[in-house]
Design a protein around this ligand. Structure first.
Ligand code: ASP
Ligand code: MG
Length: 420
């Protein structure tokens, strides 16, 4: 007996016609000896609508993190979780119309247990016995994504985009052979096809590479779902829900590194325009300063990304450059301004029109000259590099945002990623 988990996002179940198509895609995956569980999102736009209702009802309390904090978020979860419940019933009906045995499973019926962090809960445990037996008996299970229940039987949600994580968690619990995530793109690309017409769909990508791509804004899968798939060893396939049911639809397989035979030095080029660069000039140089500065930023809820530290001209002083999401730049500068005299910072500068461009590839681990290729390609186009950060499988540069597209195209070509 094998098991497959399939997941359909909001646009894929956007109306009743699309749900009928999803039913046909599910039907095409039915095989003797294979149990199917389908995780669904709310119909597109529905979660936003429900969030709006909850905010309106909460009044003043609707303005805080999600809704004014713990006092409101449990009922926020009650409201916003309903979108997915509707989709489960509609898909079960559409499958039965095709003569396929199917039933919806709400999270309390399985159950899917989460912690009690309302609006951002984490899945703790999924009981696989009942739902597993049911799918093994040939009844397709339809499960609402993005939610669960606490030990105290309260409804929780996992945070926006959370149904990818629900699907992977269910696949892990059911020991499914794979988790197929159907979406509005037909796979993971070497870069954004809107920028590079010659971008190619990747056959396979490792979990690590996908995590780097996802966190850099290639928003195909929720980052948390990839982390979970990596941790539990669940192969995940990203594929299109708009291909005719039964037609070829290979998508991209996200899998362990050792299943990728031909390791590319660089598998993809990612970019993010949502970046700001903050420069702290003439910072006093003694142990504890960095801990102090980044402690202050962390308390101010600033998500720091790149950090560069270098000696300043004056003795006993250093310059520190860091980047953060653009929308957090004002908060970062205010937080630093407030402690400037205490910590000993001569000047604070901020630049908001910067972008981060990164090349990602597991092949980098064992290859030399990868950075040189990147810097040469950028130099040839006259693109200036403002900061550099590296990891084992990624090199990122910070550049003037006006050159983002130029840089992405140049790097895509330089690493031989252009489609023939
Ligand atoms: N419907 C939820 C949202 O829009 C969860 C999801 O679609 O992944 O955030
Ligand atoms: Mg999504």
């Amino acid at each position: 007996m094998s098991r497959l988990v399939m997941k359909f996002g909001g646009t894929s179940v956007g109306d009743v016609e699309r749900i009928a198509r999803v039913a046909r895609i599910v039907a095409a995956e039915r095989q003797p000896g294979r149990g199917l569980a389908v995780v669904v999102s709310a119909m597109s736009g529905e979660t936003d609508r429900l969030v709006g209702l909850a905010r309106a009802a909460a009044g003043e309390g609707g303005n805080g993190p999600v809704l004014g904090g713990a006092d409101f978020n449990d009922e926020y979860d009650v409201v916003v979780s309903t979108g997915e419940q509707v989709t489960t019933g509609l898909l079960a009906l559409a499958l039965r119309r095709l003569g396929i045995p199917a039933r919806s499973w709400q999270n309390w019926q399985i159950p899917v247990r989460t912690d009690a962090a309302h609006a951002k809960a984490r899945v703790a445990e999924i009981a696989d016995e009942d739902i597993g037996a049911s799918i093994d008996a040939g009844i397709v299970a339809i499960v609402p994504g993005f939610q669960g229940i606490t030990e105290g039987e309260r409804i929780t949600t996992l945070g926006r985009g959370g149904s990818d994580t629900s699907a992977v968690a269910l696949a892990a619990a059911l020991k499914a052979e794979r988790c197929d995530i159907y979406t509005d793109v037909d796979g993971v690309y070497t870069t954004d096809p809107r920028i590079v017409a010659k971008a190619r769909r990747l056959e396979k990508i490792s979990y690590e590479e996908m995590l780097e791509m996802a966190s850099l804004g290639a928003k195909v899968l929720q980052t948390r779902s990839v982390e979970l798939a990596f941790a539990k060893g669940v192969p995940v396939r990203v594929l299109s829900s708009f291909v005719e049911p039964g037609a070829p639809n290979p998508g991209t397989l996200v899998c362990p590194e050792d299943e990728i035979v031909e390791k590319q030095v660089v598998s993809g080029v990612a970019y993010s325009r949502d970046e700001a660069k903050v420069t702290l000039l003439g910072v006093e140089d003694h142990p504890g300063v960095a801990a102090d500065i980044f402690g202050v930023l962390s308390d101010a809820n600033v998500n720091v990304d790149m950090i560069v530290q270098a000696e300043a001209r004056q003795p006993g002083r250093q310059n520190i450059v860091f980047t953060c999401p653009d929308r957090e730049a004002t908060r970062a500068v205010e937080a630093m301004g407030a402690v400037r005299d205490r910590i000993g910072v001569e000047d604070i500068h901020v630049r908001r029109d910067v972008a981060k461009v990164s090349v990602i590839g597991i092949g980098m681990k064992s290859q030399v000259g990868v950075a040189r290729t990147m810097f040469q390609a950028l130099a040839q186009k006259g693109v200036n590099i403002e900061a550099i950060a590296t990891s084992e499988i990624k090199i990122s540069v910070l550049i003037d945002a006006a050159y983002t597209e130029l840089a992405v195209r140049a790097l895509h070509t330089a690493y031989g990623l252009d489609a023939a």
